[in-house]
Ligand binder design. Structure first.
Ligand SMILES: [Zn+2]
Length: 174
């Protein structure tokens, strides 16, 4: 059976901002829950006061109920690793919760945040084949004929125009 995919705020907002949320919906809505954590929902809710694309994320019913990871010590430890001293207490909480939750439910973690992406894989919180970026969603959608190669390239360029884009362009999630 397909495993859960846990998205952080960075991934959801980058994909939403360029108008590609329907791709996540098409590819992953039938995978088992959970799909996000309470901190990610809080971050997106906060963003919705400013950004229309955050409202669009909140409107995705298939994201379901956020699930809190059980190992709160591991979440705090990881949050500290991801943060610098000047960061507020809440910084990187969504990424930390998402990585620990993905580990607990034996799922995959999808992010577009450099720190979280490399920390999750390199420090072995998750196996490298369980850490993904927006590229994977884009390329998987291309495999299904849902996006053309040009649209995949366009999506990269649209994200790069405003944000840092992790490009690993691997295919298929387990
Ligand atoms: Zn890529």
């Amino acid at each position: 059976m397909a495993q859960p995919v846990i998205y952080d705020t960075c991934l959801l907002s980058h994909v939403a901002e360029i108008g590609y949320l329907h791709i996540l919906d098409f590819l992953y809505k039938d995978r088992p829950e959970p799909r996000w954590t309470p901190a990610v929902k809080r971050e997106v809710t906060k963003g919705a006061a400013i950004h229309v694309f955050c409202k669009q994320i909140l409107a995705l019913t298939w994201l379901g109920e956020p699930q809190e990871p059980q190992d709160t010590n591991a979440v705090l430890h990881l949050r500290n690793q991801l943060s610098s001293q000047d960061d507020p207490q809440t910084a990187n909480m969504g990424e930390a919760e998402s990585i620990i939750l993905a580990r607990e439910v034996n799922g995959s973690f999808m992010t577009n945040d450099f720190g979280a992406y490399y920390r999750a894989g390199e420090k072995q919180y998750l196996a490298p084949n369980r850490v993904f970026s927006a590229c994977n969603a884009l390329n998987e959608a291309r495999e299904y004929g849902k996006l053309s190669p040009i649209e995949v390239e366009e999506a990269h360029n649209l994200i790069r125009a405003k944000r840092r884009m992790i490009c690993d362009c691997r295919l298929k999630l387990p």
